[in-house]
Structure formats: C-alpha cells, structure tokens
Design a protein around this ligand. Structure first.
Ligand code: GTP
Ligand code: MG
Length: 448
C-alpha cells in the first residue's frame, strides 16, 4: 500500500529540492505533480484540489521562496498538510476502564467487520479489558461460526443465538444482559454486511444503534475499494452517525486513496488501521506516523512498539551473550527470523525504518521467498551443523543443497554471509548496541 504514491511523491520532491531557487512557476509545476500523484492514488479529486491549494498558499509565501532551502520547506509543508489531512492528531476510541463499554461495528459486506471484531477484542484484552464479541449477523450462513472461530483464536468469548428466526435486536438485548451478569467490560457487536448500502440494511443498523448507548459506532472500510469507500462512509454517516472508521486491508496493493480522503470528506476520524489478515494486525491510527510511512520517511515509533511487544528481555540478553561469546549459530538465526516475522509482514516492517522504504524493494532479504529459501537451507542442515556451521565441508554443502533444492554455491554464499553477519553483530554487541535496550526504554525516550 502507498508504494506507488510514495514513489511518485518522492520524485516530485526531488525535483523541488533540486532547484536552488524556486519561483512560483517551479512551485506550481511541483504541486501539479503532487496532485497527479494523489489522483493516481485514488484520492478524491476535491480532496486533492483543496490539499494542493492549501499547500500553494503556504508555499508561495515570501518566507518560503526566499529561504535558503525552499524545496525542503515545501516538503515540510506537504508533510504537515498530509498529517492534517489524515486527521492531525490520533483520536482514541472512547473506551474506558471502570465501566461497561460498547462498540458497534458496521460496514459493507466483506469489509472486514468480523475480523476487526476479534482484532479489537484482542487489542483491548491486552490492555486489561474483558471483551465479549456479539454475533448479530444472522443472515449469512456461517457468519456466527466465523466469529466464534476468530474469537476462539484470540481467546475471547462470543455471544450468539443460533435459533432460527431470532432478530439481531433481540440478540443484542440478550447479549447486554449476559454481559452485565457476567461482568464483561467491553461488548463488541459484529453486524451483517450488504453488498451496497440499502434502506433495509440501514434501518436495521439504526435500530441496533438506538437500542443501546454505544460508546463507539465504527464503520469498517476496505481500503481496496478506493473512491467507493468514501461515498459509503458519507452514506453511513448521514444515516446513522458514525463515531470513527476502521480502515482495513492497508496491507493490500490498493492505492490508498480511501485512507487519505475519508477523514476530509466525512469529518469522521480514522481510529484504527488494519494491516493484515492475522488477528494481531491492528494499529491505532496515528496521522503523523502514517504520513511518515506515506512519504517514505519511516515510522520508528510503531516499529519500536512492535519490537517491544514481541521481544522478551531475558531472551534478548541470552542472545546478546551468545553473540559476544561468538556462539551465535544457525538455530539462533532461525529463532530470530521467527521473532521478526511475528512483528508482521517483513516488507512492512522494513518500511517503518527511515530511509528503508525506497530500498525495500531492492533488498532481496525482504522477499518472503528469499527467506523461505534461506530457511529451507538451514532446515536441511543437521542439528550439529546448525550449531557448529564450521564443520560444513564441501560434501556437506552438496547434501544441504540437494536437500533444499538449491545449488551448492547458494549454500556457500549463505555460510559466508552468516560468517560476516556474525562478525558484525559481535562488534555491535560489544559496543553495547546489539543487545536489546531494556523494555520500554527507547519507546519512552522517543515519546518525550
Ligand atoms: N489482507 C487483509 N485481509 C483482511 C483484513 N481485514 C480483513 N481481511 C480479510 O477480508 C475478508 C473479509 O473479512 P470479514 O471480517 O469476514 O469481513 P466482514 O465485513 O465481516 O464480511 P461480511 O460479514 O460478509 O459482511 C477475510 O478473508 C479477511 O481475512 C486486512 O486488514 N488485510
Ligand atoms: Mg462478517
């Protein structure tokens, strides 16, 4: 997602920055290019126009053009405006400890509501809530089962009534009583989707919304649907009044225009972003961080948070000891790859590292296939070979190559790379950089 936009925007920036002096004409040219990039990314044309107009007003201001680095100043203006476009500051859902909370999820068919219900449940469970998922989709066969399955995967209870003919409104009422009785602190309701916005669907959702007091009515929108997502959001907002959006499938190859337009068109904030099928793949939506990713400037904060979630401090220290003691072997290497993979799809993780966005594609290492090949070779080694790569001689190399369907030169290359990497890691670890900083430390430092 956003790959192309990042690329085209950076081209425009490069040209703007290439000028020592900028006149209005050069600025206009640059802005036209930026506008084209936005439209190409499926950003709503009105949104794109207003966005460019705002930038122009600021960019042709005396100070900018007369400054020593006009191009850079304009890039900064674009960044600031992009952050505004995405909502300015992050908006948190109004879910609070010490009381019962309710979230209603609405949206078109297949937008990701059911998945989002489980993801939200997991998100809040981690911060100490006791969520209950409620199955209100009584129309699609297997919809209830689906919620039960994803609920089970994240260890969250699901309330459902499978008796035929039961109306969603009745289920909602019974779920509410059940939640009160059993002390659930957060009720998350998954509703049915339709292929298009129709009256019947809206009536049902309005009925559900009015039956209880919901803290959040979240519209789940699929980023892949581009412009349509925006008009859907407008219609839902007019009909039922939504409090926020969950934008899903941001990991896909859609062009991202929906994410960029929906806030400006509807005035409703994006609260969560879903970036993968895995049930952990949900993030709070931070306009500033997202802008950083779109502009290829990276998103260090999210990266650190993810790392902190996945890495165990004691394991990290053990690892550091091994590296310093020159004992790091292929088994440790495999464990490390697995750790990093837990943080999310590798190409996305790499993009969060500043300056890596553009390089990501060229780097073979972010190609999951390449990872699989490396893993295949390592798995074809015997345990002894993994622990003591030094013993791998020519005939062992050939056997490993055969076992993993690679050439013996590939195995040789892997061994060399491993040796080099080991050396470098050892140096870094000795300097105190390779080991993990105590949990939370970097995050706290950066947030100040
Ligand atoms: N790649 C990717 N897939 C997603 C994401 N969110 C949901 N999906 C997938 O999208 C498909 C539809 O998701 P559901 O959660 O069933 O959507 P829904 O809105 O509940 O669909 P209906 O109940 O039929 O209206 C599933 O295959 C999900 O795995 C995401 O962020 N990224
Ligand atoms: Mg569903």
């Amino acid at each position: 997602m956003f790959d192309r936009l990042t690329e085209t925007l950076n081209k425009a920036f490069k040209r703007l920055k290439g000028h020592g002096v900028l006149n209005e004409k050069a600025v206009d040219e640059g802005l036209r290019e930026i506008r084209r990039a936005l439209l190409d990314a499926d950003v709503n044309f009105k949104v794109a126009r207003a966005f460019i107009d705002r930038i122009r007003v600021k960019a042709v201001g005396e100070d900018v053009l007369k400054s020593l680095t006009p191009g850079q100043q304009i890039v900064k203006i674009v960044r600031d405006e992009l952050i505004e476009l995405l909502g300015g500051t992050a908006v948190e859902a109004k879910i609070e400890k010490g009381r019962q909370n309710r979230i209603l999820l609405v949206g078109l068919q297949g937008s990701g509501k059911t998945t989002a219900a489980a993801k939200l449940g997991l998100h809040y469970k981690k911060s100490g809530f006791r969520p209950l998922l409620v199955a209100l989709d009584v129309y699609r066969p297997a919809a209830i089962k689906q919620l039960q399955v994803v609920g089970g995967q994240v260890g969250i209870d699901v309330f459902a009534i499978t008796e035929e003919g039961t109306k969603p409104l009745d289920i909602l009422r019974q779920a509410e009583t059940h939640a009160k009785d059993k002390g659930y602190s957060l009720v998350i309701c998954d509703t049915a989707g339709r292929t298009t916005v129709d009256e019947e669907m809206m009536d049902e959702v309005v009925g559900l919304k009015n039956a209880l007091e919901f803290d959040e009515v979240l519209l789940v929108i699929d980023a892949m649907t581009g412009q349509d997502a925006v008009s859907t959001a407008e219609k839902f907002n007019e009909a039922i009044g939504i409090t926020g959006c969950v934008i899903t499938k941001l990991d896909g190859d859609a062009r991202g225009g929906a994410a960029l337009s929906v806030r400006e068109v509807t005035g409703v904030p994006i609260v969560f972003a879903s970036i993968g099928e895995g049930l952990k793949a949900l993030e709070l939506f931070h306009p500033e961080r997202m802008a950083g990713r779109i502009l290829g400037m990276g998103d260090v904060l999210t990266l650190i948070e993810k790392a902190e979630e996945e890495f165990d401090e004691r394991e990290a220290e053990k690892l550091r000891q091994k590296i310093v003691g020159n004992e790091f072997n292929f088994e440790d290497f495999l464990t490390q790859i697995k750790q990093v993979q837990k943080m999310g799809p590798l190409d996305q993780i790499v993009k969060m590292i500043p300056g890596m966005g553009g390089m990501a594609k060229q780097l073979e290492m972010v190609d999951p296939k390449e990872f699989n090949r490396v893993e295949g070779m390592i798995l074809s080694m015997t345990r002894e070979e993994r622990q003591h790569p030094g013993i791998i001689n020519n005939s062992r190399r050939k056997r490993i190559a055969r076992g993993s369907g690679m050439k013996h030169q590939d195995v040789g290359r892997l061994l060399n790379q491993f040796k080099e990497a080991k050396k470098m890691m050892r140096q870094l670890a000795k300097m105190g950089m390779g080991g993990m900083v105590p949990k939370g430390a970097i995050g706290r430092m950066m947030k100040k």
